[in-house]
Design a protein around this ligand. Sequence first.
Ligand SMILES: O=C(O)CCC(=O)C(=O)O
Length: 261
Amino acid sequence: MLDGDARRHWDRHGWVVLPGFFPPRETDDLLRWTAEVESWPETPGKWMRYYERHRGEPGTKQLARVENYLPYHEGLDGLFRGRRALELLAECCGEPVLLFKDKINFKLPGGAGFGDHQDAPAYVDFGVEHHVTFATPADPFTMENGCIEMAMDSCQRIIRPQNPDGTVRADEMAKLSLSPVLARPGDAIVFDAWVPHRSGPNRSSGPRRVHYLTFNPASAGEHRAEYYARKRRLFPPECEREPGVDYAAIGKQFNLANPFD
Ligand SMILES: O=C(O)CCC(=O)C(=O)O
């Protein structure tokens, strides 16, 4: 799955982009199925819809993320847990992998960016040190719409100095060089959870949607059910929230560098 250049990029930086990973027919399916998930209604106990403030219209909100959707969409499940995706991830990981979590970030026009962060600190207390994420855009990534930006040469397994909100401190980020990832629908991006990354706001007039499927090595065991049970309790989707509970405080681990309410 990885040719020589891609392998070297992965080994050195802990992330890699594979242009045209999905053929055109599967890419068309991906776009159609993304729109289906976007239109799913609020349904307690199933997929998890999260919102952010609508910056253009004070007092209103817009969809920011849907999580835990793969169990409810056979087509997307087949695509992301199909032979080619799993082979690629096993090659990056050095062994077969198991799905840990799945999310779509929508970043609709005006949607906020994500602060400098590593994903690993949000996952380590599930007893797994290593995660790899397979990402694929459903809209072309541009600087204007807030593409993801990945650090170069920075895949060490260390928690970088953090601000109180869990983002990486500016003085630490100043030492790193980041590369914007201008991927397109059908491309695959794989990244290790220790690599610092960020993204800007969406200043364009269209959405910037992307799927993120995070996996862990199979030898570390199955942790998905435990992850979503805890997340549902501490940072549930809006339709499951109880009045008077400060989810921003108790669910902080699950909202690391995210712009969600
Ligand atoms: O989708 C983006 O712009 C960045 C997402 C990200 O870093 C995250 O969800 O942890």
